[in-house]
Design a protein. Structure first.
Length: 235
């Protein structure tokens, strides 16, 4: 049989992601935090031994890294490239059916605001980019001068983001909203600054982010749209 020419052998990586348990583990790590094997086992609904076996394969495949703190080991995604692949797969995949009130609440929280690895997604993330664009702060995958001054005033390290190896300010198509949120190095820097300002805080649901009252006011000031202030805060 004639060999098919290709630039990269994607089959081994695709096979690693395709397993349901490993997919659940990778998805749990999409909030950018490092988690212990026991936590990942609970999320995936498997035993600790099974989770450890899958994590070993993900480590060999360079999809996750391990962080050691004393006797403890914590796992995280190997980088933003892995997160981008998972987000693209989420956009083209079917949404799982909601079969309980708990699942409905979790879906609602993730749709309102969540982390996409290290930047903001969901309605909050989309609304943030809409506000920057509508205010003349962001255009053509870059900041205007006014945008640089605005974000610097919010504590965003714009210069550091510009010197990152990552793309500076790409638009990332949101898999729940089907519109773009801000990604790349700038998206990560903005998310870090807004968490530090108390505009957002981590929720009890993995990846879910709670928009605080201060955050709703701040985001509303960036945008003529009231979309972000029309939702009742979920705690």
């Amino acid at each position: 049989m004639e060999h098919i020419a290709r630039d990269a052998d994607i089959a081994p990586v695709a096979a690693l992601i395709a397993d349901p348990t490993r997919a659940a583990i990778l998805t749990a790590l999409l909030d950018g935090r490092a988690l212990a094997a026991g936590e990942l086992a609970r999320v995936a609904g498997v035993s600790a031994a099974t989770a450890s076996s899958h994590l070993a394969r993900l480590l060999d495949g360079r999809l996750v890294d391990v962080v050691r703190q004393g006797r403890h080991r914590y796992y995280r995604l190997a980088g933003h490239e892995v997160a981008e692949v998972l987000e693209v797969l989420a956009r083209i995949s079917a949404r799982p059916p909601v079969r309980s009130l708990r699942q409905s609440r979790q879906a609602r929280l993730l749709e309102e605001a969540r982390t996409c690895y290290d930047h903001l997604a969901g309605r909050a993330g989309v609304g943030l980019l809409d506000g920057l664009r509508a205010g003349g702060y962001y255009t053509g995958h870059d900041l205007t001068g006014a945008g640089e001054r605005l974000l610097a005033g919010l504590g965003v390290d714009v210069a550091g983001a510009r010197h990152s190896r990552r793309r500076f300010a790409p638009e990332c198509l949101d898999w729940t909203e089907r519109r773009s949120h801000l990604g790349g190095a700038l998206g990560a820097a903005v998310a870090e600054a807004l968490f530090d300002r108390g505009w957002f805080r981590r929720g009890s649901v993995p990846r879910a982010v709670i928009v605080t009252d201060e955050g709703r006011e701040g985001l509303s000031a960036l945008s003529p749209s009231k979309e972000l202030t029309s939702h009742t805060p979920v705690t």
